[in-house]
Design a protein around this ligand. Structure first.
Ligand code: BV8
Length: 225
């Protein structure tokens, strides 16, 4: 039984038509991070933030899982391996590809959160500033997404899986955002083999034992095979 921790980022969903963050046509080209992916940005202009995520929710719902998502789902259901699939992505393409369990460390487009009472519920396809929290009744609804300066979800569970893994694989992420970008250093410190599968060398490429560069829909199925 091989214990594998896999971290995915926006690059694994790029060939499903979902925009990444830091590419030339990336999401951060249209919006400043501070304006749409921080609590302060939400407080300043909740309408802009809800619109940003409404657009991404619609795009994610219209997208289809690609060969890379499907290959990881096959690996995760192969009883010869114990796979912990961690994603920075907020789409549901891993689940729709058949992955049995996905750890969304940055939350999900399909979850809603009350900024006031922290109540959580399934997000409507379109969130409006006039929506009221089903629990406290205030108009403080936001996407259940981890913004900059907020604590990512499931960190203890991820770190425990990393400590006992045999292999850490990073797929489709630029390695710019912490604490996810620090997982490869944690793995190396624990003496775990590390592999990067990405279109091009990431910021942290030098920390990986091995790297394969190319489009995820080619290199991920080749690796899983
Ligand atoms: C926190 C919202 C603390 C969701 C996002 C050191 C340690 C800890 C924190 C920090 C630190 N230094 C700085 C920080 C603060 C900050 C941070 O990391 N800042 C960066 C910019 C320096 N981190 C945080 O604020 C985090 N919180 O640390 O909290 C704390 C502690 C206690 C109590 C309270 C708080 C929160 C981080 C989460 C922020 N939320 N987004 C959303 O809108 O989606 S981050 C955002 O970037 C997305 O979530 C995304 O997942 C993430 C990473 O981006 P990538 O997925 O890598 O996407 P990117 O476009 O960058 O790269 C795509 C890659 O794919 C490229 O390499 C490309 O080559 C490749 N690719 C493209 N096409 C393909 C492909 N690969 C294969 N095939 C293809 N076809």
């Amino acid at each position: 039984m091989t214990r594998i921790v896999i971290l995915t980022g926006a690059g694994i969903s790029a060939e499903s038509g979902l925009r990444t963050f830091r590419a030339a046509d990336g999401l951060w080209e249209d919006h400043r991070i501070e304006d749409v992916a921080t609590p302060e940005g939400y407080d300043r202009n909740p309408g802009l933030v809800l619109q940003f995520y409404n657009e991404r929710r619609a795009a994610a719902a219209a997208a289809e899982p690609n060969a890379a998502h499907k290959a990881l789902a096959r690996l995760a259901t192969d009883r010869r391996h114990q796979v912990t699939l961690v994603t920075q992505n907020v789409d549901d393409l891993h689940e729709r590809a058949g992955a049995p369990e996905v750890i969304h460390m940055h939350g999900s487009l399909f979850g809603a959160l009350c900024a006031r009472c922290r109540h959580r519920w399934p997000a409507p396809m379109v969130m409006r500033t006039t929506d009221l929290c089903p629990d406290c009744g205030h108009a403080t609804c936001r996407p259940d997404i981890v913004w900059f300066g907020e604590m990512p979800h499931h960190m203890e569970r991820i770190e425990a899986a990393l400590r006992r893994a045999d292999l850490f694989v990073s797929i489709g992420t630029s390695g710019n955002v912490y604490p996810a970008a620090g997982f490869v250093a944690d793995a190396r410190h624990a003496g775990i083999e590390t592999l990067e599968l990405n279109l091009e060398p990431s910021v942290g490429s030098r920390f990986f034992d091995r790297a394969v560069h190319g489009p995820a829909t080619r290199i991920v199925p080749e690796w899983v095979a």
